[in-house]
Ligand binder design. Structure first.
Ligand code: GFB
Length: 321
């Protein structure tokens, strides 16, 4: 850990051209919306048809022509526990390529500021709770998502290496489990929260007696509403300039059973929960310590039930059946 107070350095976004890599995803689209509130000159976006982030030549050429002042790396191949476990090669390769291509091209161009986003799964499976930034690389990873985690750890290290070797202002933020508008509601690939929203909505419409929940229901997870995450990212971009990655969490966690009960209450499904223990539980708990970010002056605003109501509203508007 480096000296924390010296890690605070203002970066004025006024008149800057900011590229949000991954703007079509849940995180990227929230960042684009949040950046509209800043006095930036331009929020740059580019779909895969314009630049395929897995292709180094395309990233180099496009970035060399576009030359943004700042970049937020929200592009990633993401998915829930089953997708991570089923497609290890894609999660490792795609994420390594995306981050390496962007960070190298940004370093060559001496981009003023880069924020790289990772995930709370970078920490050891049995890390001490709440998990502090210092826990990184102190133990073995959770096997269902070690491929994704290794790629994200490499991304943090790339940012640190470019800072150390070239003095570049590359920082990293590690969000906890996220949810909100533009989430993935595909039951085979999604994370638990959108899956439960969809299952509860379907079960209610079909008048079913019960709803299936994967695993034992005992693992605990921390959930952060994506608009809060976007706000934290802009806060870090404008205020933080340190070597160490920074946790971005909500500050509290719930068991999967409690989460399912809350979702059912919001959706209005009154049936039973049925636990499918043939599905993996994953890591038992991963509540992050967000003390460092709080000490800088940022805290999440949206409580879990309010966030779930908003995510459910978005789901109903976008998945009419
Ligand atoms: O959200 P999730 O897929 O990923 O699963 P992780 C969290 C917990 O919810 C697990 C349970 O214990 C699941 O077994 N669960 C219950 C369900 N019902 C369901 C369901 O219908 N769908 C899903 N998906 N889960 C991911 C990592 O871990 O978290 C990624 O794989 C990433 O790498 C992401 O870090 C944030 O929280 O276990």
């Amino acid at each position: 850990m480096t000296n924390q107070s010296s890690d605070m350095k203002p970066y004025d976004l006024t008149g800057k051209r900011v590229w949000v890599a991954g703007h079509r995803g849940m995180v990227g689209s929230a960042l684009v919306r949040r950046l509209q509130e800043e006095n930036v000159a331009e929020v740059i976006t580019a779909g895969r048809d314009v630049v395929d982030l897995i292709r180094q030549d395309q990233v180099e050429n496009w970035l060399g022509e576009t030359k943004p002042d700042a970049i937020i790396v929200a592009a990633a191949k993401v998915g829930g526990i089953l997708a991570n476990d089923t497609y290890p090669a894609d999660f490792l390769y795609d994420n390594l390529m995306i981050e390496a291509n962007i960070l190298k091209a940004a370093a060559d161009l001496k981009t003023e500021k880069v924020l790289f986003l990772g995930s709370s799964c970078i920490y050891p499976k049995f890390a001490e709770q709440p998990i502090k930034e210092e826990s990184l690389l102190t133990g073995a990873l959770e096997p269902t998502n070690e491929w994704y985690a290794i790629a994200k750890i490499a991304g943090i290290k790339l940012c640190q290496a470019y800072r150390r070797q070239h003095g570049l202002d590359f920082i990293s933020g590690m969000p906890t489990n996220l949810y909100g508008p533009f989430d993935n509601f595909d039951l085979k690939k999604s994370h638990v929260l959108p899956a439960l929203i969809r299952k509860a909505d379907t079960a209610k419409k079909n008048g079913e007696a019960s709803l299936e929940v994967w695993g034992t229901g005992t693992p605990k997870r921390e959930f952060l509403y994506v608009e809060d995450l976007a706000d934290a990212c802009i806060f870090l971009l404008k205020n933080y300039s340190g070597y160490d990655h920074v946790n971005i969490g909500y500050g509290d966690d719930v068991s999967i059973r409690e989460l399912a009960e809350t979702v059912n209450r919001v959706v209005g499904f009154e049936g039973e929960l049925r636990f499918d223990t043939s599905k993996p539980d994953g890591t038992p708990r991963k509540l992050m310590s967000s003390e460092r970010l709080q000490n800088m002056g940022w805290k999440a605003k949206t409580d879990l039930e309010t966030g779930i109501r908003q995510a459910y509203q978005w789901y109903k508007e976008n998945y009419p059946e």
